[in-house]
Design a protein around this ligand. Structure first.
Ligand SMILES: Nc1nc2c(ncn2[C@@H]2O[C@H](COP(=O)(O)OP(=O)(O)O)[C@@H](O)[C@H]2O)c(=O)[nH]1
Ligand SMILES: [Mg+2]
Length: 362
């Protein structure tokens, strides 16, 4: 991987964020935004479930400016200390399978039970489409209006690493603001499912009721990650096909190795648009939650995820520091040419660069 790969992780252009939910065409609010509140005020606001404070804090997390990021860090530290019980659920599936419609249905069910729901998205392609969940909001007409729901457009940025950090941090902020259930929609592009899987307690794969050869087209790794497969659009003419798909997937799951956690993934079907079978999906998630909490697996998995998060953050910092180092900047290009021309081996070149980067270590 070349230098540009790493650079792209850090030089992100935040195109979509100006349209975030806290930006309203209201001059009074614009003025208030100018006199930006202190980090303490934002933390207090978040703890009081004030969505304007929450949205501002997320904007800081999504910023590319050092000053904003440093404020974000302060806020995150305080929010991390707030102990809260939440469930993080990842929802994946091909575009058009009905993820947003499903989230609307599930979200409404949860808010009707008095829960508070935050909806986030991971979409590595969203820098081009300027945040696909903006469009998706039209698929969540009820949830958008629900005072107990908070919907945030996917953060922009071309690198999955950057988008991942922003989403992870946004989860922490939402939880500190009192959201019990975090729903994360991801488009099945690139590594985005793996990334979402690494930050949730329950991973749900939505499928279409196409029978037969459908099973062959599915990415094996995603089925392995899934805690449940739900055949959506089980309505109208699709009912029979949905039943067949449900049986096929149930059979197919037998050929997968058992999960470390002992959880046996289930296959359900539902109609998000007709609000059928959503309750059953939620019951399954609750059952998984109960089971994994009883076995200690829930905490263990979150701990594991935190560990992973730390290591990834260290890696990101080191990479950024290395590639932004002035000495490295001055020499890298020449080294790359020398390696391509076989004038020096990549290993020796790496050693020399490391020595330039950190002369004290030698
Ligand atoms: N018949 C039927 N259509 C659905 C259902 N859920 C979603 N759709 C439709 O499928 C299309 C894509 O839905 P959307 O939620 O945007 O999918 P996403 O791209 O996965 O987020 C829309 O036209 C929805 O109205 C369902 O349960 N049954
Ligand atoms: Mg969608």
């Amino acid at each position: 991987m070349g230098r540009n790969h790493y650079f792209s992780s850090y030089q992100q252009v935040d195109l979509g964020n100006k349209k975030n939910s806290d930006a309203r065409p209201n001059s009074g609010i614009q003025e208030k935004r100018m006199s930006s509140p202190s980090t303490d005020e934002l933390v207090q606001g978040i703890f009081k479930s004030d969505t304007a404070s929450l949205a501002r804090a997320i904007t800081l997390v999504e910023s590319t400016q050092e000053a904003s990021l440093s404020k974000a860090k302060t806020i995150l530290e305080k929010c991390l200390n707030k102990r809260v019980e939440t469930i993080r659920i990842g929802i994946t599936g091909v575009p058009g399978v009905g993820k947003s419609t499903f989230i609307e249905a599930l979200g409404k069910l949860l808010t009707s039970q008095g829960k508070k729901v935050a909806v986030l998205a991971i979409d590595p392609t969203s820098s081009e489409t300027k945040g696909s969940i903006l469009g998706d909001k039209t698929r969540m007409p009820e949830l958008v209006k629900d005072p107990n729901a908070f919907i945030r457009p996917s953060p922009s940025g071309s690198s999955l690493g950057g988008v991942t950090r922003k989403t992870r941090e946004t989860i922490i902020l939402c939880e500190a603001a009192g959201y019990d259930v975090i729903l994360i929609e991801t488009v099945g592009v690139g590594q985005s499912e793996t990334v979402v899987h690494s930050m949730v307690d329950f991973f749900l794969l939505l499928k279409l009721p196409g029978a037969g050869n459908e099973l062959q087209g599915i990415k094996r790794g995603i089925v392995e990650m899934a805690d449940a497969i739900v055949i959506n659009k089980a309505d109208g003419d699709n009912l029979k096909a949905a039943r067949i798909a449900q049986m096929d997937f149930t059979k197919a799951l037998h050929f997968y190795p058992p999960k470390e956690s002992g959880w046996v993934p289930k296959v359900l079907s539902c109609s998000a648009i007709e609000n059928e079978g959503i309750n059953e999906v939620w019951k399954l998630i609750e059952e998984h939650n109960k089971q994994s909490k009883a076995s200690g697996r829930f905490i263990a998995q979150r701990k594991q995820q935190n560990k992973h998060w730390l290591l990834q953050a260290v890696e990101d910092h080191l990479k950024r520091d290395f590639f932004e180092n002035v000495v490295i900047k001055a020499h890298l290009e020449k080294m790359l040419v020398a390696v391509m021309e076989n004038e020096i081996s990549p290993f020796t070149a790496a050693e020399q660069l490391m020595a330039m980067y950190n002369p004290k270590s030698n």
